[in-house]
Design a protein around this ligand. Structure first.
Ligand SMILES: *Cc1c(COP(=O)(O)O)cnc(C)c1O
Length: 366
């Protein structure tokens, strides 16, 4: 039998008619680049994200680059972000021309510790990129207060947190811009690479649109030097077909998380994910901590249950950042977590029986 980590094939089978119809329509209309399907998805996603503008782009990594380029970061600027994320977050700070400054996580929610942000601010700091990690919002009240006090911008990395809420308010609506990934495995996934930025700022929206489209809004009128970062029509139509299902898929993930919580929270050595008060978690990943993570993962794998580690090395300790000469002691929570985190199978269609298999195997592990 076995339990997969995720099951994109099953999701497709459940809405096959809608997806196949969307793909056929794009081919029929020859609408591969720009065009009505991209425009429609941008409008629909702006609505869902409760934002004035949605600028689609090729992937969530480009979204981060475009947002920072539109904010005109420059060499010498420092941008603060979390030690525990996917490398896009920090690499795009560098590619946009600034220097990433890493902060530890809070030890509970896997998100950036606002106290560490305060301590990392220098006269060169221009912005903060919190990541709503694994699907749980970062502490936005504290982060926005620090940003206001020091006159810094905030870009929210929402790649793992579609529809998550902080004190009732949608993530992505706090900062000057927010970036999304629609990588196939994300809570809203395309059938290839895709991404978007949302913002309420008209000027930044226009600048990001130009940057992503060769530096111009009208063909052959290049106002600036841009890049080519487009969402293609096929991906846009697929995303539009999936978007109406996202609320139900999100609830299904949250219900599956409740089942795991109830089944696992009494087991010695297992720490289930904790959700801070006022925050809704959308469980892109359901991640436990376990002191013998690798042997537990091997035990589950030997019994047909797929798990994954996000991420085996936290950002400041990667070879890519050896120039900063960071040590694990600089990030006690994040560096401590990297040997303990284990993400369990999590997808909207996971069955009670599959979850029971996972829970029973973890109970039987000594
Ligand atoms: C997936 C992800 C990204 C990048 O998205 P891509 O679409 O894969 O480029 C950025 N940040 C975080 C936190 C992510 O999980």
């Amino acid at each position: 039998m076995g339990v997969p980590f995720a099951d994109l094939q099953l999701q497709y089978q459940n809405i096959k008619g809608e997806i196949d119809g969307a793909i056929a329509a794009v081919i029929r209309d020859n609408a591969f680049i720009r065009g009505p399907y991209v425009d429609a998805f941008e409008r629909e996603f702006a609505d869902v994200a409760e934002a004035k503008h949605c600028i689609s782009c090729a992937n969530g990594t480009d979204a981060l680059y475009l947002a920072m380029a539109a904010l005109k970061v420059k060499p010498g600027d420092e941008v603060i972000t979390t030690a525990h994320s996917w490398i896009s977050t920090s690499a795009m700070i560098t590619h946009a021309g600034a220097t990433p400054v890493f902060c530890d996580t809070d030890g509970v929610t896997f998100t950036i510790d606002p106290r560490a942000i305060e301590a990392a601010i220098t006269p060169r700091t221009v912005g903060i990129i919190p990541v709503h990690f694994y699907g749980q919002p970062a502490d936005m009240d504290a982060i926005m207060a620090i940003a206001a006090k020091h006159k810094l911008w905030v870009i929210e990395d929402c790649a793992q947190a579609h529809l998550a809420r902080y004190k009732g308010r949608q993530v992505g609506s706090f900062g000057v811009a927010a970036t999304y990934s629609f990588y196939p495995g994300k809570n809203l996934g395309a059938m290839g690479d895709a991404g978007a930025i949302v913002t309420n700022d008209d000027g930044i929206a226009e600048h990001m649109t130009m940057l992503a489209r060769h530096g111009g809004l009208i063909k052959h009128q290049h106002q600036i030097e841009g890049i080519n970062s487009r969402l293609d029509g096929l991906q846009a139509a697929i995303l539009s077909a999936k978007l109406p299902h996202l609320p139900a898929w999100t609830r299904a993930r949250q219900e599956a998380a409740n089942v795991y919580d109830a089944g696992l929270n009494q087991i010695e050595d297992v720490t289930v994910p904790e959700v801070a008060s006022g925050r809704s978690h959308v469980y892109h990943l359901y991640t436990i901590r376990h002191p013998r993570r690798d042997t537990l993962a091997a035990h589950l794998s030997a019994n047909g249950v797929q798990t994954a580690v996000y991420y085996p090395t936290v950002l400041p300790l990667l070879p890519a950042y050896s120039r900063f000469q960071h040590r694990p002691e600089d990030f006690p929570n994040a560096a401590g977590d990297q040997g303990k985190v284990l993400s369990l199978p999590m997808f909207a269609e996971i069955t009670a029986d599959q979850q029971a298999q996972v829970i029973d195997l973890i109970k039987a592990f000594h």
